[in-house]
Design a binder for this molecule. Sequence first.
Ligand code: GCV
Length: 652
Amino acid sequence: MWEQAWLEYKSDDREALKYLFESIYLDEDLSKSPLLVNAVKEITVAAGNLFGCIPKMTAQSEGFKAGLYFILEESSNQTEAYTICEAQKVVYLKSTTEKGLLYAAFRFLEIVRTHQNITNLNISEVPSLKHRFLNHWDNLDGSIERGYSGDSFFFCENKIHIDQRTEDYARLLASIHINSVVINNVNVNAEGTLLITSKHLQDLKKLSELFYGYGIQLYISLNFAAPITLGGMDTCDPREEKVVQWWKHRLSIVFGTIPLLGGFLVKADSEGRPGPHTYGRSQAEGANMLAQLVEPYEGTIIWRCFVYNCQQDWRDEVTDRAKAGYETFKPLDGHFYNNVILQIKNGPMDFQVREPVSPLFGGLESTTQYLELQIAQEYTGQQRHICYLIPMWKEVLETVVRENKAVKEIICGIAAVSNTGNDENWTGHDFAAANLYGYGKLAWNTELSAEEILSNWTDMTYSSATIIEGTVRSIALNSWHTYEKYTSPLGIGWMVNPSHHYGPNIDGYEYDRWGTYHRANWEAIGVDRTASGTGYTLQYSDELQSMYENPETCPLELCLFFHRIKYTQILSNGKPLLQYLYDLHFEGVEEVKAMLTKWKSLKSEITSKQYQRTLQRLEIQLEHAELWRDTFNTYFYRKTGIMDVFNRKIYS
Ligand code: GCV
């Protein structure tokens, strides 16, 4: 069995609100829409669990009485926007689309469950971003790349699985207004390639219809080499006519069977994946070939910008992986067809605990872009550590990259690698659900604060009791900084074990082919990415460039990303570099100890199951934070011979 994450409707003793759940007013025509059927179903389940009542369905023509009233407004401007207002015991849920009404229903339930005032309520919601995606890295055999919460609930033994859990997943997404999902891994293996064949199309059609009822559009990751793998050809060159014809035929079958399909996500020429570069073609030639073929079906090609040389010789100090995305895609700005969207990871490397914003966001001026985030905690504690990521994502969205424009104003959509699996609680760590919930909320409204999101999640997951809210806030809100402190702070990144990416290994990625070097020696650490170094800073706008270029103005938390610094050098905070690194590691561990103590204070306030589950993970977090601290500090103490001025224990 599985739980319902933040959609667990616990009984509510506010009798005064019950009347709202006793009647639902819905036009007869509207009541047939799958989206409204689901909206009513949700309210009915909530009514039963919260207030022990069953709503009576009434057609609108019967007149106004207390209850919930769905209104589909007429307008040529069909959007997902909605309003919710209350007057004289009637709550009106209004939108110009059925999807907007579904969202309004979920939002209304959230308002009730987070104890907001209903009387004279009047809210209007408009999405900040039109496209809000979840990307799953699920494989057809049921495994999940970078999955930390069990196996896939979409796939098992090379088959698509659709059951009540699929529907509960769709409910969770609708409740946070996520409107698009890519269900399979961007690393499309042999079985994944078969998704576009008759073996899976009927199941995909079924899934697309289930998703449609929750306002979600289905997307699939595509193997660029499918003409070879499936078509038996000797090439997948996008300029070869036989390749184009093969795709044309295949895509006509795919869209013919699944008319609700939104399109495809493609990882090409990246980490061993095939792509147009093999044939001397550009990324634009590859993307446009597919885009023109999906255009008649109103399909979209989402093309990832995660292209870099993963065969670097570590002795090569000129090549800088951070520069690769911009170098590949900036010259192609304006060359992509209208239905191609470039999907860009938040930083230039790969979802590290701290990176600057990718220079592509300011750099691309004539290309449609999505921001790609990672909810799965690959480098941020793998759902064993609490690491509330909303503050990080807010920083990314707020970064001004060009002519007073922030990332959030440049992108037209957002995608994030999901952290879900078939674990009972969906996300492994209960607190990881706050990242999934928060991602959806932020994608819908980029102005929401990390505090507000956390508080609503806490309310729905645990309770609104002040002690719980306050404690969860003090544990989670700063947890990203805490994690950063005891792992690899100041923008160094990467000090993890190769392949599974967990646990401290200071040189784990140092003498390897991945372009991920801290280059620590006895005297200094960091990569000089300034104009006189690798030149990476030159990819930014003048403002960002001059800020990063100068060690005095470069944000301290990124100083080792942009600069090579001697351990004895005094930083802008007045501390010598290595002493500051020691301090951060000691501080980080103390903060985890405090998190654990705070959690223990909630023992009698929440269910024993919830209490124990997080307790066990926090105990692991503390143990591993200590290991990180000691591994890091020992390594640098040995390398430099520099003592900690406070004489704390550093193993030698
Ligand atoms: C899906 C990183 C991860 C890979 C992932 C890749 C990507 O390298 O470690 O597992 O592959 O990013 O985003 O494509």
